[in-house]
Structure formats: structure tokens, C-alpha cells
Design a protein around this ligand. Sequence first.
Ligand SMILES: Cc1cc2nc3c(=O)[nH]c(=O)nc-3n(C[C@H](O)[C@H](O)[C@H](O)COP(=O)(O)O)c2cc1C
Ligand code: SF4
Ligand code: SF4
Length: 278
Amino acid sequence: MKIGLFYFSGTGNTWWLCERFKEMAETKGAEVSLHAIDELMASNTASIADVWADNEVVGLAYPVHSSDAPPILYRFLEKVRMEVGDHPSGPKEAFVLTTMQSFSGDGALMLREGLESLGVELKVSKDFRMSANTGVPILTFNPSKDQVLEEQMVKNLEVLEEIVDHILAGRRMLKVQYGEFGRFHGWLQRVGPKWKDRTWRYFAAHPDRCTRCLICVEQCPVGAISVTDEGLVWDRSCTDCFRCYNFCPERAITVKGLAMGRRQRQHTYFRDRGFPPR
Ligand SMILES: Cc1cc2nc3c(=O)[nH]c(=O)nc-3n(C[C@H](O)[C@H](O)[C@H](O)COP(=O)(O)O)c2cc1C
Ligand code: SF4
Ligand code: SF4
């Protein structure tokens, strides 16, 4: 079975899951190609439609953002739809893998319609609990400690094995965390006060802490940060992934004017282990 897994990962959790998926599925005889959506979207050479159509089964993987998929996933599917056109050929089946801190609601089903508009049926979906990647000043939680995350990753591998078997056997399994309750709360989280899609307005670089190293500018997966005479400026192409915030060596990126507190941690676990791959 030829599988194309298209993923977006802000801080590495989803990347880790996709790498493990590839290893596991390949030991079971599948051929798996991994595609970072941000790189695919930025590339002027590869035709997304060709890459998409060259698979029997496609997977989408993303971090859950407010019980939803990050904006870049919607932009990506729209681009595929435009390129593939009204008469899609290629894959007919899809699966979705998400990573989350703790609660996804029906976040793994958010792209179902988009897939259907491409003639692709969503057959398997699964949320994987990892670690929070936002320890923002206004909220009290921090990303999990490394040891907790590592224990979580071991548990995830067992679940992932089952999911891989389902996909390879062509079985249907759409999981919504906590059933109808989760679906309702997912909906509430999406219609309630939103900071999703607006975070770019809340980010700034602290004038005293920022050294202008430009790591955030280089690391941003969508090129949403520019350097101006007034300092760094975030724009609406931001996909809310918090990589800039977490990877800033000076902890200089503020959210709504608030800098990272002394008790706040950054989610740099995967940054220190080869993410993002170049
Ligand atoms: C803007 C934003 C919203 C998030 N919303 C949720 C959420 O609703 N539920 C949840 O469990 N985790 C949420 N998280 C945590 C991420 O889903 C989680 O840390 C994910 O594994 C990050 O994956 P990545 O490292 O591949 O970007 C959110 C993170 C961000 C940045
Ligand atoms: S990574 Fe941090 S210190 Fe470096 S330019 Fe960005 S905000 Fe400033
Ligand atoms: S500006 Fe920051 S949060 Fe937004 S997409 Fe870029 S790295 Fe992610």
C-alpha cells in the first residue's frame, strides 16, 4: 500500500508521531512518504496535486488547536482542491492523526468535509496525547516535563500500532474523544471566545530581551514574522503554532504584552532532538 502522510508540526510533537508512523507502517510492508505541509506550500517546484495523487491512501496529521485543525491545514486542502480540480483522481481513502495536550473534542474530524470535496473518504482518525506546547503567561499550565512526555510517547506507540493495523487492513475507525460530550465541547471551544487565528496580533518581541538574532524569523514555518524599523512584526499568515515563542533563545516573545515568567517553561524537547528536519 502506498501511503502519503501530509503533516504540519509547530514544535515537533506531530513530527515525532509521523516519523514513528512511517517506521511502523514500513515494517508492516507499506510504502510511506512523509510531506511537511509548510515546505510543500512554500516550494515553487513540486506540484502538490502530483504529490497528493501519487498515493493509494493519504494521511493528514496536525496539532489540535482549540479543537480544530490549524489554519495551514485548511489552506493546504484548498490548494490541493484547486490543483486537483473537480475530477480528482488518486487516493480515495484517508486517515487523520492528531496530537494534543489533553482535549481534542472532534478536532480530528474537522477536515472530513474538505477531504470529501476531494473525493476522499475519511476512514480512520485518532488523537494522541502528547504535551502542551504553550505555557503562555495568562494560563497556568506549562508543557509537561520531559519524563512525563517520554512516558506518554511509550503509551502512544502501542496505540499507534493498532492504528497502523486498522489503516493497512482498510478498516473503519473514526474516534471522537468522549463521544457526543466531546463533540459538543469541541464545538463550544470553536464558537466560544477565540484566540485562534488572532494570535499574530498578540505576539511581539520584548524590546529589552530581544537580541535580533532572527531565529524566530528563520524558524517560522510560514514566514509570518518580518523585520521592520520598528522591530519584529507578525502578520496574519501565522498559523498559531507557537514555534517562535518556544524556540526564542531569549524567551523574548510576548503574548498580549506579557513576557514569559520565570516559572514558565518552553517546549523545546523536539527542537533539541532534530526538529525541524532540514
Ligand atoms: C493555538 C493552540 C491551541 C491549542 N489547543 C489545544 C486544544 O484545544 N486541546 C489540546 O489538547 N491541546 C491544544 N494545544 C496543544 C497542542 O495541540 C499540542 O501541544 C500539540 O501536540 C502540538 O503539536 P506540535 O508540536 O506538532 O505543534 C494547542 C496549542 C496551540 C498552539
Ligand atoms: S528569536 Fe527571540 S531574540 Fe531572536 S529575534 Fe526572535 S524574538 Fe528576538
Ligand atoms: S509566527 Fe510564530 S506562531 Fe505564527 S506560524 Fe510563525 S512560528 Fe508559528
